[in-house]
Design a protein around this ligand. Structure first.
Ligand code: HEC
Ligand code: HEC
Length: 305
């Protein structure tokens, strides 16, 4: 427990300076030198995140898959694009994306939001948004955009590059909601942490279960980077659905709100995830069997995240 969270606690000593933004108990994320974070870009990026004119059908947005009221997920096993194309992967939350050492589930994932956003905007196979440069006149036709772009970039010209920079600024600005787990760790407030949840936390970080080996840091995920400490991405072969590819351990924050689970959404409930870990041997997960009490405790802990 202590070692798994040490990075985040150390980071706390360096309170972020990027006012007016805040990332809860995390320090500032790393921001590329050519895309400084400003309130004007965040305002524009949020608007574009919900802008259907960025899609080939004029009906689809980033939020069609990353619903803000579903913790930026969609409740589907695997995502569906604007033209009905089926993606092979489950839509992840965007909280903590600004901190992930690599983005997406796969080892081939990009390392900056700017690079990542090209895929949903521009990919042709499968089509996600199906944005094309000939969508730009549609945006230019909206009288409110030139001023928003001018404020964000000092120039009213609208381009694919500035759209991507604004979107990345919005995603980078997302404040991870504070949960019972944060209040317990940082505010000495145990109200949201039942005895069961605390016993579940001990199990989670125990050597016997080893969950905290991969779901680490304050994001309870694969390695995260920020202005205080940088980390290299790590990937594990877990064999979910027989997949032999190495995957990044996703964040377990808000996990009760982001079912179904795993890269392909193949596991419907947290109870079933725990069953999976007990019945599917994986070289990096110790063999263990939970009693009914322990299962209840571990689930209670996951509910505090
Ligand atoms: C068709 C559904 C869909 C749409 C539309 C979509 N996404 Fe995604 N998004 C996904 C899926 C699926 C992944 C996982 C991709 C992977 O693992 O390679 C993902 C991954 C991401 C990630 C990486 C998250 C992380 O922390 O690892 C970011 C950031 C992101 N999307 C932002 C956006 C933005 C910005 C838009 C709008 C331009 C957008 N997405 C549109 C489905 C979608
Ligand atoms: C060896 C590293 C490793 C260990 C140990 C590990 N996990 Fe995971 N976990 C992963 C990876 C990688 C995935 C994604 C697998 C996939 O999608 O196929 C994952 C996925 C999950 C998910 C689904 C998350 C989502 O958003 O879909 C949950 C829940 C989870 N793990 C809980 C646990 C618990 C509880 C333990 C301890 C019993 C544990 N993990 C141990 C690496 C690990």
């Amino acid at each position: 427990m202590v070692s798994a969270l040490a990075v985040s606690l150390a980071a706390l000593l360096h309170v972020g300076s990027a006012a007016p933004f805040t990332w809860g108990y995390l320090p500032e994320p790393i921001v590329p030198a050519d895309n400084p974070l400003t309130p004007a870009k965040v305002v524009l990026g949020k608007r574009l995140f919900h802008e259907a004119r960025l899609s080939v059908t004029g009906t689809y947005t980033c939020a069609s898959c990353h619903h803000p009221d579903r913790y930026f997920t969609d409740g589907l096993a695997t995502a569906v694009g604007a033209l009905g194309d089926h993606l092979p992967l489950n839509t992840p939350t965007l909280y903590f994306s600004a901190f992930n050492a690599s983005l997406g589930w796969l080892e081939s994932g990009p390392t900056t939001l700017e690079e990542q956003h090209r895929t949903p905007l521009l990919s042709r196979n499968p089509v996600e948004m199906g944005f094309q440069p000939n969508n730009l006149p549609l945006l230019r036709g909206d009288a409110s955009y030139p001023a928003l772009f001018a404020e964000a970039f000092g120039d009213s010209e609208i381009s694919t590059e500035t759209i991507i920079k604004a979107l990345a600024s919005y995603v980078r600005s997302l404040t991870p909601p504070v949960t019972a787990f944060d209040r317990y760790l940082f505010e000495d407030d145990a109200q949201g942490m039942s005895m069961d949840a605390r016993a579940g936390m001990d199990l989670f970080f125990s050597e016997r279960l080893g969950c905290g080996e991969c779901h680490a840091s304050l994001a309870l995920s694969g390695p995260i980077s920020h202005s205080v400490q940088q980390a290299n991405p790590v990937f594990h072969v877990m064999g979910v659905s027989g997949n032999a590819a190495a995957l990044r351990a996703p964040t377990l924050r808000y996990i009760t709100h982001t079912a179904p689970y795993m890269h392909d959404g193949s596991i419907p409930s947290l109870h079933a995830v725990l069953e999976h870990y007990q019945t599917q041997p994986s070289p990096r997960v110790p063999a263990f069997r939970l009693t009914a009490d322990e299962t209840r405790q571990l689930l209670a802990f996951l509910h505090t995240l």
